[in-house]
Design a protein around this ligand. Sequence first.
Ligand code: AMP
Length: 223
Amino acid sequence: MKKRMIFLGPPGSGKGTQAGKVAELLKIPHIDTGSMLREEIAAGTEEGKTAEKYINQGQLAPASLVIQIIKNRLSRPDTKDGFILDGFPRSLEQAEGLDAILKEINEQIDYVFNIDLEEQILVDRMAYRKSCKNCAQKYNMKFNPPKADNICDICGCELTQRADDNVETAAKRIQTYKKETEPLINYYTKKGLLINIEGNRQIAEIFHNILSVLGIMNVPQYK
Ligand code: AMP
């Protein structure tokens, strides 16, 4: 059955990790606006130049920009069997923009997973987060470090840290989340779509929790 989902949650909650795992299992696109914006920055586009200023200050990029990115992405045929929106929408304006896009393409959202986590844990998770330059495998230098210093266990390439994953910007991103994004919990609760997921657990445990909500049981390779 077609599954169209949103993953909500504060920065550092692990929503990207879970969204990636669910998308891989269901073979549906993982649409992550943060990564898409970082790709625009790396490619040196006008959109990237605009977004970079906001990202480096822990603020939201302009809604019109991300809504257009999502509109283009959802028009691609690989979304026909479902999709996961990770990090979008992030404000009421974006949620309303998404509603308008969905109406136009005659789609709807089936589940909104809200990955919940205490604030104190979030900054630590972001400040120690690194990923492989080559295969994008994620690490936490404090809680889940690689075997060799700064080297990916999987492919042996160097690890890198996102420009906005430092203590100062992480704290600002949490503030932005509270002001702009948290109201979406109420927005999607009213629509009867919100599912709260306790985020302070092992990755596999959270994953199984999400799969059970989706009615997917017995996935032995993901134990
Ligand atoms: P993320 O990778 O999801 O943590 O996003 C990193 C940064 O990209 C955020 O702190 C924002 O500055 C920007 N960003 C990502 N998604 C959005 C969005 N939907 N709306 C506005 N800004 C976004």
